[in-house]
Structure formats: structure tokens, C-alpha cells
Design a protein around this ligand. Structure first.
Ligand code: ZZB
Length: 258
């Protein structure tokens, strides 16, 4: 699986983390790295998701940078020469996912340039980087989760203003309009992030519609088919130093867990 690793720079840490960060990560530019298959949707980022029971590490990268992701992803990155030294993983700090919630980060290419880290139940520790950038206009999972968070911020231990950004139109699809994911969630009567079966189905439809029938309605590639824009947006992000190619060696993972 070839992902785009999106570099979301930390703008402000939650107060609880400030002390440990200033001692352990002094002088480093720190990024949460989200793994995405839909770089063309990055204009519509409204937040980022982590799993609250997942353990994350902060790993030394090149040019005095540091990346926040799972240990498993860091090992994969090391072998793709994405970290400080090829084949080596240097963990500077460990952070519980629950503590990352509320961190303010940059959203590369986002129409809203700065967003917050929020909790999502469905984030898998063994997939991608364990960090997911959220695009509620085109991802049914993201839209359903944000709807939950907006209903019960106290329950999820978040501030309402962290999830206040409404879905941003990015792609038009003939079948579902300018907000494909919200339209699908409504049509399929999906009530929350816990409706995993219907969400998997909605995701499949959103992928197909977006990729084969979608047209960009914002950004530099406005008017272009998603099929063509996808690789161009990805390349632009990589050229700008805001992203990198990150491959998930599935065979390797399988053979290790068997
Ligand atoms: C932004 C985005 C925008 C995504 C969209 C999807 C969509 P797949 O197809 O199952 O491999 N993701 C990445 N890592 C994780 C994780 N550890 N746990 C849970 N979800 C994760 O899914 C790949 C997508 O799942 C990635 O692409 C990421 O969300 C999320 F408009 O990034 B995506 C219709 C989907 N639309």
C-alpha cells in the first residue's frame, strides 16, 4: 500500500505536554505524520484523528525534524530512509494518544490552515502511521465521528471549538454533489462512528465516486478530474516538503504476525 505521509507541524502543544516537550524535543520541528490515500482531498482538512489508547512515539528525522507516529510505522520509515538514519529508529519521547488530543497543528494545503487533534475510536494501531487526517466532506468515517464529537464534547473530553469547522467542499460527484460523505451518511442513515459495517460500505462508494466521477472544485487543480489531479496534488505536496511517499510492506507485517 503506497500512502502519502502528510507532515502536520505542531503549532501548539496542550499545556500538559509543554514541559516534557521543551526538555526532550528542544530545538526540533515536530510533525504529526498522517497516512492518507487521498492527497487530493487535503484542501478539506478540518482536524486530525488519533486513537486515545494507542501509544505514539516522537522519532528523530532528518534536518532536525521529529515525527509523531506509531513505533511500527517508525520502523517502516527507517527502512525507507525517511528517519534520521537509514535502518535506525531513535525515539525521543513516548506520548499516549489521549494526551495528543487538543494539540494544534498545521493542515498542509488546507483551506483552513490550522486544526486540532481529536479522538476517533476506529483508528487502527497497525495501519498507516496511526495518525489520520480528517476530511469530513469526502470521508464518511470522519464525518460520522465529527458528528459524534459535536454532540457530546464533554464525553469525549474535548473543547467544542476544536471540532467547530464544518465540512469544506473539495470534490463534486454527479451522484452526491459537493459534500459526498455527508450525503452518503444521511442516505444510508448512519448514526455514529460505531456503525462500522455501513461506514465500510459508504467508504467504498465514496472512494469509487470520488476517484472515477469526481471533479476538483477548489485549489490549483480546480475543474480537473480527480483521477488526474490526485498525482499532481501529491507531487506538489512532496515538492513543497509537506509530504513524503510512505509504503506499507503488507507481506512483511503479515509474515511477522504469523
Ligand atoms: C484522508 C482521507 C480523505 C482518507 C478522504 C479517506 C477519504 P483504506 O482504504 O481502508 O486503506 N486511515 C489511515 N490510517 C488509518 C488508521 N490507522 N486507522 C484508521 N483509518 C486510517 O483507508 C485508507 C484511509 O483510511 C486513509 O485515507 C485515511 O483516511 C484512513 F476523503 O486520508 B484517508 C472514502 C475515503 N475518503
Amino acid at each position: 500500500q503506497e500512502y502519502t505521509g502528510l507532515k502536520m507541524e505542531v503549532v501548539e502543544w496542550p499545556s500538559e505536554l509543554k514541559e516534557v516537550v521543551s526538555s526532550k524535543l528542544a530545538g526540533k520541528k515536530v510533525f504529526l505524520v498522517a497516512a492518507t490515500l487521498r492527497p487530493e482531498t487535503m484542501y478539506g482538512q478540518t482536524n486530525c484523528f488519533v486513537g486515545t489508547s494507542i501509544k505514539y512515539g516522537v522519532f528523530a528525522a532528518k534536518n532536525n525534524e521529529a515525527y509523531v507516529c506509531t513505533n511500527r510505522a517508525a520502523r517502516n520509515m527507517a527502512f525507507q530512509d525517511i528517519l534520521a538514519k537509514e535502518g535506525e529508529v531513535t525515539q525521543l519521547l513516548e506520548i499516549d494518544g489521549s494526551k495528543l488530543v487538543g494539540t494544534k497543528i498545521k493542515a498542509p494545503f488546507g483551506i483552513v490552515p490550522e486544526v486540532y487533534v481529536l479522538p476517533m475510536e476506529g483508528v487502527k494501531a497497525n495501519k498507516g502511521t496511526g495518525v489520520v487526517t480528517s476530511v469530513p466532506s469526502d470521508s464518511p468515517d470522519d464525518f460520522a465521528t465529527l458528528t459524534d464529537l459535536k454532540k457530546k464534547p464533554e464525553f469525549y473530553k474535548i473543547k467544542p471549538e476544536w471540532c467547530a469547522i464544518d465540512p469544506i467542499p473539495v470534490i463534486n460527484t454527479p451522484a452526491y454533489g459537493d459534500l459526498t460523505a455527508p450525503a452518503l451518511v444521511k442516505k444510508m442513515k448512519i448514526n455514529s462512528q460505531k456503525d462500522v459495517k455501513q461506514l465500510a460500505e459508504a467508504k467504498e462508494i465514496a472512494y469509487k465516486e470520488g476517484f472515477y466521477a469526481g471533479t476538483m472544485i477548489v485549489g490549483e487543480y480546480k475543474g480537473m478530474k480527480v483521477e488526474e489531479a490526485k498525482t499532481m496534488v501529491r507531487k506538489a505536496m512532496i515538492d513543497a516538503g509537506l509530504a513524503f511517499a510512505y509504503a506499507e510492506p503488507e507481506g512483511f507485517i503479515l509474515s511477522r504476525s504469523n
